[in-house]
Design a protein around this ligand. Structure first.
Ligand code: HEC
Length: 143
């Protein structure tokens, strides 16, 4: 009798850690998630699979943060630089239309041959200008 009891106790004690581990694992599994959305986490953290983790920072802030031939876009991601030069690198001193004309004079003379530029006609609904000839040609295009 005594021997059987001792044996039982030994076996039971041997199983205790296993039973405990199983219980603990069970507890962990039924723990509610730390977060459901980013709003449940602290500032600068995001909710990933129910856990708050530090939000990944932007890949870049300026072009210099990116590899050769890449630029930093508005979302903080490095992208292949467009083949055409960016105007922000071309224009340092903006003086209105004149600034654009230094490089785009051909475009300017081209568009001045179009109806978009030359449209006009007798005015009948602009107070003070009734009966005169006006239109985009003199009222809108060259501001
Ligand atoms: C230092 C030269 C330079 C200046 C100044 C400049 N550009 Fe450009 N621009 C370019 C180049 C080079 C291109 C790319 C080649 C092309 O499309 O002709 C371009 C392209 C463009 C395009 C695209 C054309 C297309 O076919 O897709 C637009 C629109 C444009 N420029 C508008 C402007 C405006 C508006 C200004 C004035 C605020 C200006 N640019 C000033 C050099 C210049």
């Amino acid at each position: 009798m005594l021997r059987r009891n001792a044996g039982f106790r030994l076996v039971a004690m041997g199983f205790m850690p296993i039973v405990c581990m199983m219980l603990m694992a069970g507890c962990e599994a039924i723990q509610p998630p730390e977060c459901a959305t980013d709003a449940d986490c602290a500032e600068g953290q995001v909710c990933t699979s129910g856990v708050c983790t530090d939000a990944p920072g932007p890949e870049c802030v300026e072009d210099a943060d990116c590899a050769e031939g890449q630029v930093c876009d508005d979302d903080g991601v490095c992208v292949e630089a467009p083949e055409e030069p960016l105007h922000k690198t071309l224009i340092t001193d903006y003086q209105g239309t004149q600034t654009c004309l230094t490089c785009h004079s051909e475009h300017a003379t081209d568009i001045m041959q179009t109806g978009h530029w030359n449209w006009g006609g007798a005015v009948d609904n602009i107070a003070g200008l009734e009966g005169e000839d006006h239109g985009k040609v003199d009222l809108i295009n060259d501001y």
